[in-house]
Design a protein around this ligand. Structure first.
Ligand code: PEP
Ligand code: MN
Length: 337
C-alpha cells in the first residue's frame, strides 16, 4: 500500500500518518515522487481499510499495490533508483560498464586485464573467484585468494570490483574485497543467500535465473530489499529456450518490461546471454538501444586459453571497438557512457 501525501502537507501531518502506521506495526519507506511525498507501507496491509488513512489530514490518496513485490515496484517508488559502485552509476543517465574475465586465473592475469579495463575508460572490473561450473571437474575458481588479487588489481587502477558469491559462507570474504556482490543465475532463488544479502551494506548485482520469469526475478530482489538493502541492480543474462544455436536467448524485451515494473536499474550481460564471441557486440548494442542501464562483458587478452567461458569472451580490441559503438548508441537514446 502507498500513501500519497498532498503537495502542501505539513511536517506534522506527515509525522502523524507515520506514527499511526508504526503503531500498527507497519514498516514505512519515504520517497519523494515528482512533487509529492509518497509513504510506502509494508506489512499485512490486507486488513487495512484505506479510508482510515485517506481521512487523515494531508493525505491525498491511498493506493493498494497489487504486485507481490512491493519495495521493488515502481508504484511504490516512481523515480529511478541510482546505484553507485565506485565511480560508476547504474540507473542514471550514464550507461555503467563492467568488464573483466569470467574467472580470476592468476595475479598476473587479473592485473593485466585491470590495466586494460582502466585504459578503456570502464570503471568496474569483474572476475569470478567462486565459479558455478556445470562440471565438478572444471576449474572451480581461486576462492579468497582470487578475491585478493581482484581487489589489488582494482586498487592499482582505481577500479571498483564485482565478484560472485554462491553460498552464505562466501559473503564474509566478499565483503572484505568487493564493491558489488554478484548473485549468479543458478543462485537467484537461493532464498537463504538472498536474505543474508539483505543485511549487507554493499550493492548487489542480481542475475536472472535461466528459467525464471520477470516476476520471480523481482521477488528475488524483494527478498534482498525486505532485509534492508535497497541497492539492487538487476541483470538480464539470457534464458533457456528451445533454441540451441546460441548458449542462451538474451531476453532484450526484459529490459523495457522491467523498467516499467520496477525502479531498480537493469543491466544486460550479452556474454552469457548469447555465449558466442562474435555475437556479443550486436547484443550489447541492442541492449543499450533498448534502455539497459549498464553492460557486463567478459574480456581476456587470450580468450582461447581462458579457464572458463573463453568462447564468449572478447579480445581487448573487440572491447575497445564495442565501447566506441556503445557511446554512439547511448547518445542516440539520450544517455552517455
Ligand atoms: C558469470 O558472470 O561468470 C556467471 C557465471 O554468470 P551467470 O550466473 O549469469 O551464468
Ligand atoms: Mn562466465
Amino acid at each position: 500500500m502507498i500513501i500519497i501525501m498532498e503537495q502542501n502537507a505539513t511536517t506534522e501531518q506527515v509525522q502523524h500518518v507515520m506514527e499511526r502506521l508504526l503503531e500498527h506495526d507497519f514498516d514505512v519507506h519515504r520517497s519523494t515522487g515528482a512533487s509529492q511525498l509518497v509513504l510506502g507501507v509494508v506489512g499485512d496491509t490486507q486488513s487495512v481499510d484505506p479510508r482510515d488513512y485517506e481521512l487523515l489530514e494531508g493525505v491525498h490518496e491511498v493506493i493498494r499495490i497489487s504486485e507481490p513485490y512491493k519495495l521493488a515496484s515502481r508504484t511504490f517508488k516512481p523515480q529511478d533508483t541510482i546505484v553507485k559502485v565506485g565511480d560508476a552509476t547504474f540507473g542514471g543517465k550514464k550507461v555503467g560498464m563492467i568488464a573483466g574475465p569470467c574467472s580470476i586465473e592468476s595475479r598476473e592475469q587479473i592485473r593485466k586485464i585491470a590495466k586494460f579495463v582502466k585504459a578503456s575508460g570502464t570503471k568496474v572490473l569483474r572476475g569470478g573467484a567462486y565459479k558455478p561450473r556445470s562440471s565438478p571437474y572444471s576449474f572451480q575458481g581461486m576462492g579468497e585468494e582470487g578475491l585478493k588479487y581482484l581487489r589489488e588489481a582494482g586498487d592499482e587502477n582505481g577500479l571498483a570490483v564485482v565478484s560472485e558469491v554462491m553460498d552464505r559462507v562466501d559473503i564474509i570474504p566478499a565483503l572484505k574485497y568487493v564493491d558489488l556482490i554478484q548473485v549468479g543465475a543458478r543462485n537467484m532463488q537461493n532464498f537463504a543467500l538472498l536474505k543474508e544479502l539483505g543485511k549487507v551494506d554493499k550493492p548487489i548485482l542480481l542475475k536472472r535465473g535461466m528459467s525464471v520469469t520477470l516476476k520471480e526475478l523481482l521477488m528475488a530482489a524483494e527478498y534482498i530489499m525486505a532485509g534492508g538493502n535497497h541497492n539492487v541492480i538487476l541483470c538480464e543474462r539470457g534464458i533457456r529456450t528451445f533454441e540451441n544455436y546460441t548458449r542462451n536467448t538474451l531476453d532484450i524485451s526484459a529490459i523495457p518490461v522491467l523498467h516499467k515494473l520496477t525502479h531498480l536499474p537493469v543491466v544486460s550481460d550479452p556474454s552469457h546471454g548469447i555465449g558466442i564471441r562474435d555475437k556479443v557486440a550486436p547484443m550489447a548494442r541492442a541492449s543499450v538501444a533498448a534502455g539497459a542501464d549498464g553492460l557486463i562483458i567478459e574480456i581476456h587478452y587470450d580468450p582461447d586459453n581462458a579457464l572458463s567461458d573463453g568462447a564468449q569472451t572478447l579480445f581487448f580490441e573487440q572491447y575497445e571497438q564495442l565501447v566506441k559503438e556503445i557511446s554512439m548508441i547511448a547518445k542516440a537514446v539520450g544517455r552517455t557512457v
